[in-house]
Design a protein around this ligand. Structure first.
Ligand SMILES: *[C@@H]1O[C@H](CO)[C@@H](O)[C@H](O)[C@H]1NC(C)=O
Ligand SMILES: *[C@@H]1O[C@H](CO)[C@@H](O)[C@H](O)[C@H]1NC(C)=O
Ligand SMILES: *[C@@H]1O[C@H](CO)[C@@H](O)[C@H](O)[C@H]1NC(C)=O
Ligand SMILES: *[C@@H]1O[C@H](CO)[C@@H](O)[C@H](O)[C@H]1NC(C)=O
Ligand SMILES: *[C@@H]1O[C@H](CO)[C@@H](O)[C@H](O)[C@H]1NC(C)=O
Length: 330
């Protein structure tokens, strides 16, 4: 009789263990009902897009949420990497910044378009004097980055913006560029970027020390519009660019540009991804780098933080495989 009880107990333990592992493996383990609702919005499509094969977690919610970002960081391994690829030793800094935000939702409650068609608008000079604006505005989701303006360039790049990726040194500071419908996504490269966000949201003063160049000293977006990108997305970009695990001591580690990060972000939330403005003209160092302003190509060629060659190779590859469509070509 006793052996019988022990057997039942042991099989119970075994069953619990198996279920635990299965659920954990599927990441369902961590989801509270609120999270379920949040995640279900990402991919309500029946077919999986071809580019999903590049991703380890195609359904990853791209923004951090206060309730579970620490738990998810250990699921995705983000607790093992420093910024910008993880949260190792910066979890509290993330926590503080997140505590000032009002939402981590992806799309508006009212938005129920399934299987989104997205366009990622790069800031490349190739967009200058084009007439792509109307075409770009026709997408479900329009992703822009940094201080690529819409104002004054509507003919070239359109007027709608769904998401805009930014970091302190690249974000608009002039309120004339305010976009009421935008969700602004902080791409944190260093702990200081999160502290900068927290400081601005509580109305504090910014000390420019430690930034790559002078950061914005005020935030034109409202707290409800701001999200923090999961560093896992930046790590995915890094891995897909096949950057080495370790750089030699005398070589500056390379990081993906916001443009590539924006495409990887799109891969996690869209069903179709088109790109525009992703071309650099290396053969002419005097050609315009962006569709706005006067910065020339020579600035990018000198950039030691990015590897534009690796990025062009990656773009060529995903274009050839039809994972993305080049809108500039049409
Ligand atoms: C912002 O959203 C409102 C309501 O959906 C819409 O009427 C307006 O045209 C949008 N503005 C832009 C610039 O997209
Ligand atoms: C790149 O620059 C060269 C030299 O100015 C020019 O001839 C060429 O048309 C440019 N290519 C593109 C795609 O803009
Ligand atoms: C770019 O250069 C042109 C002519 O050299 C000048 O008129 C214009 O103001 C400059 N634009 C910016 C944003 O500096
Ligand atoms: C950039 O990437 C290319 C190809 O991925 C590689 O051959 C090259 O060594 C890299 N350059 C630097 C400076 O890391
Ligand atoms: C997209 O098409 C344009 C026009 O043909 C071309 O110049 C550009 O190199 C293409 N972009 C990429 C990333 O290949």
């Amino acid at each position: 009789m006793r052996a019988y009880h022990v057997a039942i107990f042991l099989s119970g333990v075994f069953l619990y263990y198996v279920l635990h592992c299965m659920l954990w493996g599927a990441n369902i383990y961590w989801m509270t009902p609120v999270d379920m609702k949040r995640r279900n919005k990402i991919q309500p499509c029946l077919s999986e897009p071809a580019f999903a094969s590049l991703l380890r977690y195609p359904q990853l919610h791209p923004f951090l949420c206060t309730s579970d970002f620490k738990a998810l960081a250990s699921v995705y391994g983000s607790n093992k990497y420093d910024l910008p690829y993880g949260m190792k030793s910066s979890e509290d800094t993330f926590q503080t910044a997140l505590s000032h935000l009002e939402s981590c939702e992806l799309f508006d409650e009212s938005d129920n378009v399934p299987c989104k068609r997205c366009v990622v608008v790069g800031n490349g000079g190739i967009l200058k004097n084009t007439m792509l604006g109307e075409k770009i505005d026709s997408y479900d989701v329009i992703i822009r980055m940094n201080n690529g303006p819409v104002l004054g360039y509507e003919k070239e790049v359109g007027r709608r913006t769904t998401f805009r990726l930014f970091y302190p040194e690249s974000v608009f500071s002039d309120p004339i560029h305010y976009e009421p419908n935008v969700t602004a996504i902080l791409t944190a490269f260093k702990p200081l970027d999160l502290k900068w966000l927290s400081e601005l949201l509580i109305g504090g003063k910014i000390n420019s020390k430690g930034f790559w160049k002078k950061p914005a000293l005020q935030l034109i977006y409202k707290p409800y519009q701001i999200r923090i990108l999961d560093p896992y997305i930046i790590r995915t970009a890094y891995n897909l660019l096949k950057f080495p695990e370790v750089f030699p001591r005398n070589v500056k580690p390379k990081h993906p540009t916001t443009g590539i990060i924006a495409i990887i972000f799109a891969f996690h939330i869209c069903h179709e991804v088109h790109i525009a403005g992703f071309k650099y003209n290396f053969s002419d160092s005097g050609s315009l780098l962006h569709y706005y302003g006067n910065t020339t190509m020579s600035l990018m060629s000198k950039n030691v933080y990015h590897n534009v060659t690796a990025e062009q190779t990656f773009l060529k590859d995903i274009l050839e495989k039809n994972y993305v469509i080049n809108l500039t070509q049409e």
